[in-house]
Write a protein that binds this ligand. Structure first.
Ligand SMILES: NC(=O)c1ccc[n+]([C@@H]2O[C@H](COP(=O)([O-])OP(=O)(O)OC[C@H]3O[C@@H](n4cnc5c(N)ncnc54)[C@H](O)[C@@H]3O)[C@@H](O)[C@H]2O)c1
Length: 439
């Protein structure tokens, strides 16, 4: 890992390769263009808005993260996308219905210029969609080669210094991590043999890592969470991270559950239900895609509450997650949580949450931060799984044998301390020993 002045500068242009031009991607791209034009604020983005405390409290040093670490600036981002439909970013943004037409029309020139390229897609892996704008090849390896050609051409055309790839396409069906995913040689053989456990998202990730490009997985698919991709990322010194952007209901869970545990309050049950009407909701209406999402959503509170360590509080709590496709709601998801907790002497209490959330509005700044931080990690030579970015994921990837941290506040401390360490600043422990010494 390179630190301080040794980190390569964020010079030149950064290419942002986005798989999927749907609700999250168009909200992300339109947001960046609106911010660049000065007509909107980057609310929700740590790289654009957050500060970081440095040194002792008495030093009063709290720069913006953007001034503290060398990040690419929004003006230097160039977008490239793939989708299974031909709509450009302007048409896609209008269809997704997340942003107001007035705002989208204000950005018409910038968005219309972003046209997707033909996708690698098979309806076997996303049952509810039928793509019309897809590549043709005889083997999965050939598909990967076609993606690499797209990337090389884009890099040359825009004269890019570096690139990052992010998967913001639909959730694929649940795929077990098996032999073919275990190492690079087996995976490459699987690509040549059209192995059915290799899904399109894995082909994109392979193409990125082979092209020396870091990869971020914004969906719950397996994608880079396997031995083969860790091996390739290690070999090429590339950062990888995932899975599934932490927004909406899961964000709430990882805010609340650490609070219950911190105060030693028990949990009897947590029932979560959602209605949403966008394409993501339609895809998740398929039980196989839902299973991928469910696994990602369910694991969260178990890790935070540690029932094995606190059986009296959390041994047998009932946790259920439901997602229902309800078209009239569009992208404005609504979720209900009923939480049955108990306190002193076992007395029960209930908490009800009704979150009228805008999923893509929460996801877009997360996508932006991930792109900028992963590019930073790349320039700092940090390869493999970027656990310090767990803050942004529902189901964070962790090295084999280690558990993933889900507590939002531990994740935030880890993220900020990583930035401090990178820039050769003191790690903040919040111990405040100097204060006691003075007394
Ligand atoms: N909306 C959120 O806030 C949120 C939060 C966390 C995770 N996610 C995940 O992010 C992903 C995107 O969500 P969204 O709301 O933008 O969904 P969306 O359905 O609006 O967009 C997904 C896009 O991907 C395209 N696509 C599907 N397969 C593809 C392939 N193989 N190659 C290229 N394009 C492909 C679809 O045509 C669609 O345009 C989903 O997997 C979702 O579960 C979304």
């Amino acid at each position: 890992m390179l630190r301080g002045k040794d980190i390569k500068p964020a010079s030149g242009k950064l290419g942002v390769l986005i798989v999927g031009l749907g609700a999250v991607s168009t909200t992300f791209i339109a947001g960046v263009e609106a911010i660049k034009k000065g007509i909107a604020e980057p609310i929700g983005s740590l790289t654009q808005m957050a500060t970081i405390r440095l040194g002792k409290r008495t030093e009063n040093r709290t720069p913006l993260i953007n001034d503290f670490v060398p990040l690419s600036q929004l003006k230097d981002l160039e977008f490239f996308t793939w989708d299974i439909f031909e709509d450009n970013a302007y048409q896609a943004a209008l269809k997704c219905g997340v942003l107001d037409k007035i705002l989208i029309d204000n950005l018409k020139d910038e968005l219309s210029a972003i046209k997707p390229h033909k996708a690698v897609f098979s309806n076997k892996y996303v049952k509810k969609l039928n793509g019309t704008y897809i590549k043709k090849a005889d083997s999965k390896m050939e598909y990967a080669e076609q993606l690499m050609e797209d990337i090389t051409a884009f890099k040359k055309e825009k004269n890019l210094e570096r690139l990052v790839m992010i998967w913001l396409a639909s959730t694929e069906v649940y795929i077990e991590n098996t032999e073919v995913h275990s190492d690079l040689a087996k995976f490459e053989q699987g690509l040549k043999d059209n192995h059915e456990s290799i899904s399109p998202s894995m082909i994109y990730a392979y193409a990125a890592l082979k092209s020396d490009i870091p990869f971020i997985n914004g969906a719950p698919n397996l994608t880079v969470d396997m031995g083969a991709m860790r091996e390739l990322a290690g070999k090429n010194h590339l950062p990888i991270c995932g899975k599934d952007l932490k927004t909406g209901q899961t964000l709430m869970k990882t805010i609340l559950a650490p609070g219950f545990k911190a105060r030693m309050l028990g949990l009897n049950g947590w029932f979560s239900t959602n209605i949403l009407g966008n394409r993501d909701g339609e895809v998740l209406d398929d039980p196989e895609s839902f299973k991928t999402k469910e696994v990602s959503k369910l694991s969260v509170i178990d890790q935070i509450l540690q029932p094995e360590k606190y059986p009296a509080l959390y041994k047998d709590y009932y946790h259920k997650v439901r997602i229902n496709y309800y078209p009239p709601r569009g992208d404005n998801k609504e979720s209900w949580d009923n939480i049955d907790i108990f306190g002193w002497l076992g007395y029960p209490m209930q908490i009800k949450i009704n979150f009228l959330c805008r999923d893509s509005i929460l996801a877009a700044p997360v996508a932006l931060d991930l792109v900028l931080f992963v590019d930073l990690a790349h320039r700092a030579n940090m390869s493999g799984i970027q656990e310090w970015l767990s803050f942004y994921f529902k189901s964070p990837m962790a090295a084999p044998g280690l558990y993933a941290e889900n507590d939002l506040f531990i994740q935030q401390t880890k993220l900020k301390n990583t930035l401090r360490y990178m820039m050769e600043e003191e790690i903040i422990t919040h111990l405040g020993l100097d204060y006691y010494e003075e007394i």
